[in-house]
Design a protein. Structure first.
Length: 270
């Protein structure tokens, strides 16, 4: 949609969705699908991410004061969603469709990079999560009214993060900026050796300093404020997608035009 202001795939899926009645535009159909997927039993990861986006990133914070990381690589795991403001907070989603089999390994990995770790779980998972995670891990519940309730706050343990794990999760240029902000001189070496040299320097940093510097730098390098205008022009159901999927600035207007297309016209997209 963003590249061409239309999507034949959307037209095909829309015709199969049985949601066309009463929808006048492409955006209205997305909203109808979102309302359906918010029902308990249907909810998957995107619904949980949307709740976190609206209640925390755009509710408690704003795009001016915080940034969001989506599917952020940490070791062999991918963090569902993390929010950076004055500290770092990672959220692992365990929806009705998810197993808890990998949860312990995921939380151990996340605690090496993020100061605060939360599990946001479906009602059916709450007791199992509470009985299996350590006391410093926070627990959130997404109820049937799409509201987030805090069952236990996470403990901020930025001093227990590992500089090596932080380095392995961020970009090379971000690591260089962090080192320079701490007065560490980065030697000039061939590109083939740069990552190794930076890593050797980075792992010498104090854990709290490495973490806090990561937060400051990534809030700038992963800044979402330029997307605020796009988000304001899209329906509620697409806000999280707009903040998560890389889009070129030149494609924003095409995406908005596509979402505002009358549904009758969109069904003819080929």
């Amino acid at each position: 949609m963003a590249r061409k202001a239309k999507s034949p795939l959307f037209a095909r899926l829309a015709s199969e969705s049985r949601l066309l009645e009463g929808c006048e535009s492409v955006g209205a159909l997305f909203e109808a699908a979102f309302r359906l997927l918010k029902r308990e039993g249907y909810r998957h990861e995107y619904i949980y991410k949307s709740a976190l986006t609206h209640k925390i990133l755009l509710g408690t914070h704003s795009l001016q004061t915080a940034s969001m990381l989506n599917e952020f690589r940490v070791g062999e795991c991918k963090a569902d969603l993390a929010i950076l403001n004055g500290t770092s907070t990672v959220y692992e989603v365990k929806s009705e469709r998810d197993s808890l089999s990998r949860l312990e390994r995921q939380l151990v990995a996340y605690s090496k990079v993020f100061a605060r770790v939360y599990v946001i779980a479906a009602e059916d998972h709450v007791d199992a999560v509470r009985g299996s995670v350590s006391g410093d891990v926070g627990i959130l519940r997404l109820n049937g009214r799409h509201q987030i309730s805090t069952l236990r706050d996470a403990v901020d343990r930025g001093e227990c993060t590992l500089p090596a794990a932080i380095f392995d999760s961020i970009r090379t240029e971000e690591a260089r900026i962090i080192l320079q902000s701490q007065g560490v001189s980065v030697p000039i070496v061939p590109n083939t050796e740069l990552n190794s040299v930076l890593r050797q320097l980075f792992i010498r940093l104090d854990a709290r300093i490495a973490h806090d510097s990561m937060v400051r730098v990534l809030r700038k390098t992963r800044n979402l404020l330029p997307l605020s205008d796009l988000v304001s022009k899209l329906p509620h159901s697409l806000h999280t997608a707009a903040l998560s999927v890389p889009l070129r600035k030149v494609d924003h207007a095409r995406l908005v035009a596509a979402v505002n297309t009358p549904l009758e016209n969109a069904m003819a997209w080929v």
